[in-house]
Ligand binder design. Structure first.
Ligand code: 26V
Length: 799
């Protein structure tokens, strides 16, 4: 029995198929099956249902000669796939019944799946939301990435300090991927360039094979599916048989091992680019494989006239990581397809687009010309030609080029090679225009656009928050899932006591589930009536987890001063990983854990204040924490967070935000209304001015009793050996690059306003309702429609 998607399978159909796969795919009878066996059987059952629309979509795109979108990204932070696929196929109820019939626990099955953690944070998760929205909107698209054998490291705490262990999601069969041994491309590195009759011929000194592994991405209601194509590295020669036969087994396997290192691990640092050769090779590996694949598909469908490429292909570069696409596309068009440099440059520029995701100077990629010339000698030549062509065409001011001070600046390369460059929130785009790319913006005033980020409501609302989803369905109908603007319908209920009580009830349910699960595993038993205050994101100084923990210490001190005071009970939840080499971020993790240990055991304060820091924050943990949050901490130094996307997830799940005017917080506040948003801190312009004032930190600390006390308690050793924190304290007093001190009093006061508001259920619940009602704009469907209209010039394949 093979159910077709045109008719939704019944619970009985699903149960039959699950048993079929358990027997015939897993080779296990029900009496011997493990949770893993069952999970694979369920996954194959769901996968079968995705394959039909997936193939239909491929045929429709090919036969209709449709323009396609290609999203090139070094990161796709997918998380788990099964639950999302069930929701998108609209099979939740049937599957619940099927699993019940088989005597299986759905949560056990879903949670058996390892997260696909092929990303560091916001940039990778955005790519995953975009893939889902592209499929939901029926846009023919491919995502191209790397099939890292090891995703982002796992985090443990030892004595409160972060310890990293390797992640190994591919250590078990991965039911969602299809290996395409017929789609393989050779990727060259190093070697030399020879001039033959005026043509350049690159003779690579090394090469590897990029092999395609496809994962279908199913859209809402199962109407369309796209492909996430991840490249795995294979050796060109398996192993050296001569050495093997001579008994030198390790040496025999060396070339194979070396080739595979290319897709072995995800780089875990999302700020500092260490100029590592392997990282450059990974970037080129992804980019070259993707472009070869795109050109192969284009010529198969449209013939050899590559001048038509921009009409049929729109390529989006997710940050500068695949920016070598510019020179690589020119190389393929010139050296392999015989076009002139000018033709190739023109085609490439009309095909490529670039999204900037950060202004932090340390995150802007640069490669020494020495390394670039060594690893990609032909590309360095082409980069010089691009730079020269741009110089000649624009009469640009000095020092605005791609190559400066013997470095190739990938931001400038991406900008110059892109039809459009976009920022990811209104504020960020303004700053892209006025700071990093100010000179290039003057030369090309039409090029920079804004596309404010968004998140998919299927995963972040319907899947992650069943109690709220049921309430929304009941109140405004289920249409919001595919059209998030329909949340506006809640406005009419924002004064309705019955609705507000139900909303509070849904939030409470999520808090109870969190308290009985994740938090109780940590030994924390919070009162679900307490305010759940959540800051989850990568650990970075600019995100200011330090501000949050210092405020916690100051509050703890105040509670001690008047232990019989009328304090609002709060649980502070932290989650996030630090890059392995980022000392300050790791010290803040240690401090939070030290403070948690002390405060949680304090009999005087613990009914008012607790801290939870569950280790190994990832997508799946976000799905549990965000729906249970009352308060969302979005407290970066203004001007530093390009957008944020966690902020949007919290808003649509009915958490109120305490935040600065940074990134998309600005737009969230505009949407939900200033009166429904807890604003504090300096603006981006004020922050820049403050930073320029010598002694700003010391001056601010002197004026803040609260901050002084918090620093003093750490220095006294109240939370652990103080020597560990001296350097951090010193940095805070004397440097404080992210203005923790300057914003401290404003933050502390804002938190006390929150304490007061939270106690007034009616006010809080109404604000919550209005936040949800006005969050429709932050659907990634809206974002993708923006890219389609302004950048890609593509329409959907489905009506
Ligand atoms: C940089 C590097 C440097 C080399 C090693 C690996 C690596 C990986 C990632 C990055 C750049 C990370 C930039 C990033 O994640 N930006 C975030 O993008 C989000 C989506 O647009 C946005 O919401 C966040 O505000 C922004 O910080």
């Amino acid at each position: 029995m093979r159910p077709e998607l045109s008719e939704l399978p019944s619970a009985q159909d699903l149960a039959d198929q699950i048993l079929y796969h358990l027997t015939h795919t897993q080779g296990r009878g029900p009496e011997f099956a493990t949770v893993f066996d069952w999970r694979l059987a369920v996954s194959y059952t769901i996968r079968d249902l995705i394959v039909t629309p997936w193939m239909a979509g491929h045929r429709a795109s090919r036969d209709g000669k449709l323009k396609r979108v290609y999203y090139l990204s070094m990161e796709f932070l997918i998380g788990r796939i099964l639950g999302d696929a069930i929701v998108n196929l609209g099979l939740d109820q049937q599957m619940d019944a099927a699993l019940a019939q088989l005597g299986l626990d759905k949560t056990d099955i879903l949670e058996d799946e390892p997260d696909a953690a092929l990303g560091n944070g916001g940039l990778g998760r955005l790519a995953a939301c975009f893939m889902e929205s592209l499929a939901s909107l029926g846009v023919p698209a491919f995502g191209y990435g790397i099939r890292y054998e090891h995703g982002l490291f796992r985090q443990r705490f030892e004595g409160g300090q972060q310890v990293e262990t390797p992640e190994d999601w591919l250590n078990q069969p991965h039911p969602w991927e299809f290996t395409r041994i017929d789609y393989s491309y050779t990727i060259g590195f190093k070697g030399h360039v020879e001039n033959v009759d005026g043509h350049s011929v690159w003779h690579p000194g090394e090469s590897v094979i990029a092999r395609a592994y496809d994962t279908p991405v199913i859209g809402w209601q199962g109407k369309w599916a796209n492909t996430l194509r991840l490249w795995g590295a294979q050796p060109t020669n398996l192993f050296d048989l001569h050495r093997f036969n001579a008994g030198d087994y390790a040496a025999a396997a060396e070339p194979e091992a070396l080739a595979r290192t290319l897709s072995r691990v995800l780089y875990p640092d999302d700020t500092t680019d260490q100029g590592k050769e392997l990282r450059l090779k990974q970037e080129y590996f992804l980019t070259s494989a993707a472009l070869q694949d795109i050109i192969r598909r284009f010529t198969a469908e449209h013939g050899e006239d590559l001048a038509l490429l921009p009409d049929k292909v729109a390529i989006q570069l997710n940050d500068t990581h695949p920016a070598i696409a510019g020179p690589e596309l020119i190389r393929l068009l010139m050296d392999e397809h015989g076009l002139s440099f000018d033709q190739a440059l023109d085609i490439a520029r009309r095909t490529l687009n670039y999204t900037n995701h950060t202004l932090l100077p340390e995150a802007l990629e640069r490669w020494s010309t020495w390394l670039m010339g060594d690893v990609l000698p032909r590309h360095l030549q082409i980069i010089q030609m691009i730079d020269e062509a741009h110089r000649a065409a624009t009469h640009r001011p000095p020092h605005t080029g791609i190559i400066e001070h013997d470095e190739v600046r990938m931001g400038e390369l991406a900008f110059i090679m892109a039809g459009h460059v976009n920022g990811v929130s209104a504020l960020h785009t303004d700053l892209v225009r006025s700071t990093v790319f100010a000179d290039l913006h003057k030369l090309h005033p039409e090029r920079i656009l804004n596309q404010t980020n968004g998140v998919t409501p299927r995963r972040w609302l319907r899947l992650a928050n069943p109690p709220l989803s049921r309430l929304l369905d009941h109140t405004i109908g289920a249409g919001w899932t595919g059209d998030l603007d329909q949340l506006e319908g809640l406005e009419a209920h924002a004064e309705d006591a019955g609705f507000l009580a139900a909303l509070r009830g849904a939030k409470r349910q999520n808090k109870v589930v969190l308290a009985n699960g994740l938090l109780s595993d940590l030994g924390i038993k919070p009162d679900p009536e307490a305010l759940f205050d959540v800051q989850v994101k990568r650990m970075h100084e600019y995100k200011r987890q330090l501000l949050n923990i210092l405020e916690t210490i100051a509050l703890w001190h105040r509670i001690h001063e008047s232990p019989n005071g009328d304090w609002t009970p709060r649980l502070k939840i932290f989650g996030g990983k630090a890059a392995p080499g980022y000392w300050t971020a790791k010290t803040v993790i240690h401090l939070i854990n030290d403070v948690a240990r002390k405060i949680n055991d304090d009999p005087v304060t613990s009914k008012f204040l607790k801290i939870a820091y569950p280790p190994n924050y990832n997508v799946s943990m976000a799905e549990r924490l965000i729906p249970a949050a009352d308060l969302s901490e979005q407290i970066s130094t203004a001007g530093k967070e390009a957008s944020g996307t966690g902020n949007m997830k919290f808003t649509m799940n009915g958490a109120l935000t305490i935040g600065t005017l940074d990134g998309a917080n600005v737009e969230i506040r505009e949407m939900v209304g200033a009166e429904n948003f807890f604003l504090f801190g300096l603006t981006a312009a004020e922050a820049a001015a403050e930073k320029a004032r010598p002694g700003h930190a010391r001056a601010a600390i002197e004026k803040s009793e609260n901050m002084k006390v918090a620093l003093q308690l750490i220095a006294e050793g109240r939370f652990g050996r103080p020597e560990q924190y001296f350097a951090l304290l010193d940095r805070t007093w004397n440097d404080d690059p992210f203005l923790v001190a300057s914003d401290f009093e404003s933050y502390f006061a804002c938190q006390r306003r929150i304490d007061a508001t939270y106690r007034n259920h009616r006010d809080w619940d109404r604000m919550t309702a209005l936040n949800i009602a006005r969050s429709g704009y932050f659907s990634s469907d809206r974002t993708i429609r923006g890219y389609m209209a302004d950048i890609w010039k593509v329409g959907p394949a489905t009506p």
